[in-house]
Write a protein that binds this ligand. Structure first.
Ligand code: ADP
Length: 387
């Protein structure tokens, strides 16, 4: 029971009993008996002492907690249970109590009879006489060993999880790095082969193989980027570039591989020069366009918006696809998060939006999505013209 609730309970119980008609004892006697019973049965140590630190009461829980019997400790100085290196705490507590203040949930360590230490949380309140003069202090102490052990266990577990997480990031970084080299060779050999193979079927298979290798390469690159972000090593190479041109290039690239989609750009802007990393910004646009296509099966339109207001450039990518439920929207930019929709069978690693967000934030921009399930989504991001 919390200290405040314990005090309240003591007060309430005493009042209830005192008000019952069968009572033959005087009110003061009954109250005394009631409080004594509660103190005797409490799980918390309840101790009182004079302002000079002389112990004047010691309940059974205090006997269990500190190992001293009531008879042997009454009249002794409270410093008997205070470790020498913590003696100044007593001066502070008594100082507070003497001024009429309460010391709440003070976590400290006390000494038990056999010399061992015990972590406790104490609440100390002033005791006043009938004239209101402070004559001592009452102290409620709770053994917090279990609580501290649980906290320590939690901290150790947290540390272990963090270490494992670091290992995982390290592994992702290493694995993607190792995968990149053979992939580059495969790409090279496929390129050479496409100059040799002449029959139609062979060329068709080669094109398909190159498409798959390029998909794999981009997945591996994304993974490598994620590990760079985690290690704080994703670098931007900034320069002055035309954002409209970058958008055009990204649209052209995606339109080339997705003939069934009509990707249009709605803007009044013909050119707009900004400072940033054009390759990383293109990566963001490609990610968003790829998603707009992947998550819109059976549709054929994607619209890109580009506008500028003061120093802020706003880019939007709208699809008319499956959309995202409102409660999932806040999570989609989290690393490895994928909307768990069993009806959809679209593969992915859940890192494209995480990467895009990191890149946009590094350009002092914002990224967000608006979406309605079954209607479609618009992903927006802003860039600042003055970096
Ligand atoms: P991936 O697409 O590889 O799973 P992303 O980080 O690009 O990873 O996207 C995270 C999740 O957000 C996706 O799994 C998908 O559920 C959802 N999502 C992203 N873009 C769209 C979109 N245009 N329409 C519907 N859902 C989307």
């Amino acid at each position: 029971m919390e200290y405040e609730r314990l005090l309240c309970f003591m007060e309430e119980t005493a009042t209830k009993v005192l008000q019952s008609p069968e009572n033959s004892l005087s009110i003061a006697e009954q109250k005394q008996a009631m409080l004594a019973a509660i103190i005797a049965t409490s799980d918390d140590a309840i101790i009182s002492k004079t302002l000079q630190g002389i112990i004047t009461s010691w309940n059974p829980a205090a006997e269990r907690m500190f190992g001293y019997r009531e008879a042997e400790i009454l009249g002794k100085h409270i410093s008997i249970i205070i470790p020498p290196e913590r003696l100044e705490e007593e001066a502070y507590i008594i100082g507070q109590v003497a001024q009429g203040n309460r010391v709440n949930h003070f976590e400290t360590v006390r000494m038990v009879k056999d010399g061992g230490y015990i972590p406790i949380s104490v609440t100390v309140s002033p005791i006043t006489d009938q004239s209101g003069r402070i004559i001592g202090a009452s102290k409620i102490a709770r053994d917090i060993s279990e609580q501290l052990a649980a906290q320590e266990e939690k901290a150790t577990l947290y540390e272990q999880v963090r270490a494992l997480n670091d290992k995982k990031d390290e592994f992702i970084g290493l694995a993607s790095h190792e995968l990149k080299t053979p992939l580059t060779s495969i790409s090279g050999y496929l390129q050479i082969l496409s100059g040799i193979v002449e029959d139609e079927k062979g060329r068709l298979f080669l094109t398909k193989a190159r498409q798959q290798v390029s998909k794999l390469s981009s997945l591996v690159s994304d993974l490598l980027d994620v590990s760079k972000i985690e290690a704080g090593k994703l670098r931007l190479s900034t320069e002055r570039f035309d954002i409209r041109q970058v958008i055009n290039d990204a649209i052209e690239l995606l339109a080339y591989g997705n003939h069934s989609y009509q990707i249009s750009l709605e803007t009044d802007i013909t050119e707009l020069w900004i400072i940033g990393d054009p390759h990383r910004i293109e990566q963001v646009i490609i990610n968003l366009l790829t998603n707009a296509i992947r998550y819109s099966p059976g549709t054929e339109e994607v619209v890109v918006f580009l506008s500028q207001e003061n120093q802020e450039i706003k880019i939007g990518i709208r699809d008319f696809g499956v959309g995202i439920a409102p409660e999932k929207l806040k999570d989609i930019f989290t690393r490895f998060y994928r909307v768990d929709d069993t009806n959809l069978n679209i593969s992915g690693l859940g890192i494209g939006l995480y990467l895009s967000q990191d890149i946009v934030i590094r350009h002092k921009g914002r990224i967000w999505a608006e979406s309605e399930p079954g209607i479609g989504s618009t992903f927006w991001f802003t860039l600042s013209q003055d970096q």
